[in-house]
Design a protein around this ligand. Structure first.
Ligand SMILES: *[C@@H]1O[C@H](CO)[C@@H](O)[C@H](O)[C@H]1NC(C)=O
Ligand SMILES: *[C@@H]1O[C@H](CO)[C@@H](O)[C@H](O)[C@H]1NC(C)=O
Ligand SMILES: *[C@@H]1O[C@H](CO)[C@@H](O)[C@H](O)[C@H]1NC(C)=O
Length: 621
């Protein structure tokens, strides 16, 4: 059976509501979650009571531990089940809630007059559409309008409650306390295409590399040469697929992509008009017309989608490429009385994808936010959704962020727990162990971690701070596959930065790829763009080519990469040993020999990845 969001069974159970005064709840309400608004947000006032909320109720999954055990086995190259990914039905079976959980939640919703609801296929999420007034009654809370210092606004609350007997049955309800905005992890756009080098730059001595790689801009041909994908003939066309995610009304612009490919990967040019655009929750379709003057002058936000599309099509042609555009969370306009909708786009996307039978085996996501903008319970549930993608054999890659360990001067490097302590700021979902987090490098001989101090750029204009995102999660403990390398790295710091990061947390990134000054077309103009937003689709493309090689020799695709990377795969990466992560007014974590939380294990060597991955499967099949 095939699901999509519009087909999710919408069950009207209103007929069953017992007339009369509903019992509001069989037990008294208690606070379920408190999460302070992050420091850059200001509360403006109460939310209009007719504003609509797409509430998602995350029911306790009955057997996530068992799913996690299976995932670990099928992702571990030393296990007999390596590569034997699970079907959508097997995965759903592990995470469906118990009947008791479903019954008690229904009873509570019905007794509060909520009779229209739909479910995710595993029934672990219930979706309801409510106005703010009804949601406030249901959750014994008050919603407010909060404004970020950059001007965007959200309808959220800092505290909500549930009847006490439901606390153990419901993990999370959103949108309530999540201030995550899925901001594109990209640095600034430079409208200038002539080659440029900084005064202290030494070109590579290797002629093969120096012929195709320049400091500004870096091109597809340079990546293909550096990571040795050049000349690889795909052998299973149409089977290995790759996707990228767009949020915040980002959408790829086909004429820009075509112009890019004509210049940098001519044989792929037609694919600009044929890659698949999938719209979720009224997200915008890939645009076939050039940017309008208004769009070009307006927000910065269509550049991310263009960057992902240009990089992935340029690197993986002729693979099928899917562009997911998830709508929602439009800028909320506080003085507008018309009802607008509020949702949590990340959750909309992952629930949509989980319901599909045909999922591309690699998905690149260049959106994230500070981990502490996301309440812990919600971060865990989203991360568990990612585990389900991994169990089905999907590699999910996420950019590590563009601010090193936190913003340059440290003005936002404080905890959000009411204590306001100085801290480095990890990024989510890069900090989730079930994603592969991708950092950024620059230069070629050797590659070093990506860093740009604020100053004059290639266009003679002043540009801001940019440093490859780096850190340790406060929410997710260090997974055992990191035990061989992360404690050793922490020890090598000899106490430096103690108290500013979680030594026992999941360290990231896992790997890295080029991320400064990508050649880029926007508004039909040659230009350049930077960020781990660039390194993530680049790295994802290489993984997708590895999948082609595996499929063509009858082997399963890579799936969740991390256990493989930390056990064996790291040998197929060029270790990056120079640089620092910067941020929070410090030099940040130093890049080191072996794994480090700035460049991970380093940058890919495609033929080695193929050789190692094939060998691991040969052991078992
Ligand atoms: C130069 O770089 C290419 C591409 O990475 C590599 O194949 C070649 O071995 C290098 N040559 C030398 C002399 O290191
Ligand atoms: C986009 O292109 C149009 C037409 O060439 C030009 O007038 C406009 O200034 C460009 N906008 C930006 C932001 O580059
Ligand atoms: C946290 O402390 C810093 C430094 O003392 C101060 O600038 C900032 O305003 C404080 N933030 C909050 C929310 O109290």
């Amino acid at each position: 059976m095939k699901f999509d969001i519009s087909l999710l069974c919408s069950v009207a159970v209103g007929a069953q509501v017992v007339l009369g005064t509903p019992i509001r709840s069989r037990t008294p309400y208690n606070v379920k979650e408190t999460h302070t608004a992050p420091s850059k947000w200001t509360k403006l006032g109460r939310a209009p009571s007719q504003h609509k909320l797409h509430l998602k109720i995350g029911l306790k999954q009955n057997n996530f531990e068992e799913l996690s055990r299976h995932l670990n086995e099928v992702s571990n190259p030393d296990h007999g089940r390596y590569g034997q990914h699970l079907s959508v039905d097997e995965v759903n079976d592990f995470v469906k809630p118990t009947d008791e959980t479903l019954d008690l939640t229904h009873e509570w919703l019905l007794s509060n007059g909520v009779s229209e609801m739909s479910y995710s296929p595993a029934k672990d999420w219930i979706n309801i559409l409510l106005d703010v007034g009804s949601a406030e009654a249901l959750l014994d809370t008050e919603y407010s309008v909060y404004r970020h210092e950059d001007g965007t606004a959200l309808v959220r609350t800092s505290k909500w409650s549930l009847p006490s007997h439901l606390h153990e049955h419901i993990d999370t309800i959103q949108p309530t306390t999540s201030f995550m905005r899925s901001v594109p992890k990209k640095s600034d756009w430079i409208q200038f295409s002539q080659p440029w080098t900084p005064p202290d730059y030494k070109p590579p001595t290797n002629e093969t590399i120096s012929k195709v790689c320049q400091f500004f801009p870096v091109t597809i041909e340079c990546f293909q040469t550096l990571y040795a994908t050049k000349g690889y003939q795909q052998k299973a066309p149409g089977i290995a697929k790759i996707a990228f995610n767009n949020f915040l009304n980002q959408t790829p612009i086909r004429p820009d992509i075509e112009a890019f490919l004509k210049h940098y990967r001519p044989e792929a040019a037609d694919s600009a008009n044929t890659f698949k655009s999938i719209e979720i929750d009224n997200g915008p379709a890939a645009q076939s017309e050039p940017l309008t003057l208004e769009q070009a002058a307006g927000d910065d936000f269509v550049r991310e989608a263009n960057l992902d599309a240009q990089t992935i099509l340029g690197m993986t042609y002729p693979q099928p490429v899917y562009s997911y555009s998830t709508g929602g969370s439009p800028p909320f306009i506080p003085d507008l009385n018309a009802p607008t909708n509020t949702n949590e786009p990340y959750l909309e996307w992952v629930n949509f994808v989980m319901a599909q039978h045909d999922i591309p085996q690699v998905i690149s996501t260049s959106y994230g936010d500070d981990e502490q903008t996301v309440p812990e319970a919600y971060a865990r549930r989203v991360c568990q959704q990612f585990a389900r993608l991994g169990a089905r054999g999907v590699s999910l890659l996420v950019s590590s962020g563009d601010d090193g360990v936190g913003d340059e001067d440290g003005s936002s490097c404080y905890t959000n727990d009411g204590k306001n302590k100085t801290t480095f700021l990890p990024s989510f979902p890069a900090s989730c162990p079930y994603v592969t987090s991708v950092g950024a490098t620059q230069q070629f001989e050797p590659e070093v971690s990506a860093y740009r101090a604020p100053g004059l750029g290639p266009d003679g204009l002043k540009h801001g701070f940019y440093a490859s995102g780096s850190g340790f999660s406060y929410y997710f403990d260090r997974p055992d596959w990191q035990d061989d390398v992360v404690p050793a790295y922490v020890k090598s710091l000899k106490g430096k930065y103690d108290g500013l990061y979680n030594k026992g947390g999941r360290g990231y990134p896992d790997i890295s790829a080029q991320g400064l000054y990508f050649a880029f077309v926007f508004n039909l103009t040659e230009s350049s763009i930077s960020g781990t937003s660039a390194s993530c689709p680049l790295m994802s493309s290489v993984v997708s080519l590895v999948n082609d090689a595996l499929i063509s020799s009858g082997k399963p695709t890579m799936g969740w990469l991390n256990p493989w990377l930390y056990k064996k795969g790291y040998k197929a990466f060029t270790d990056v040993t120079i640089g620092d992560s910067y941020g929070c007014g410090t030099k940040g974590f130093p890049v080191a020999k072996g794994w480090d939380p700035v460049t991970g294990f380093g940058t890919p060597i495609f033929p080695e990845m193929v050789r190692l991955a094939k060998g691991d499967h040969d052991g078992h099949h």
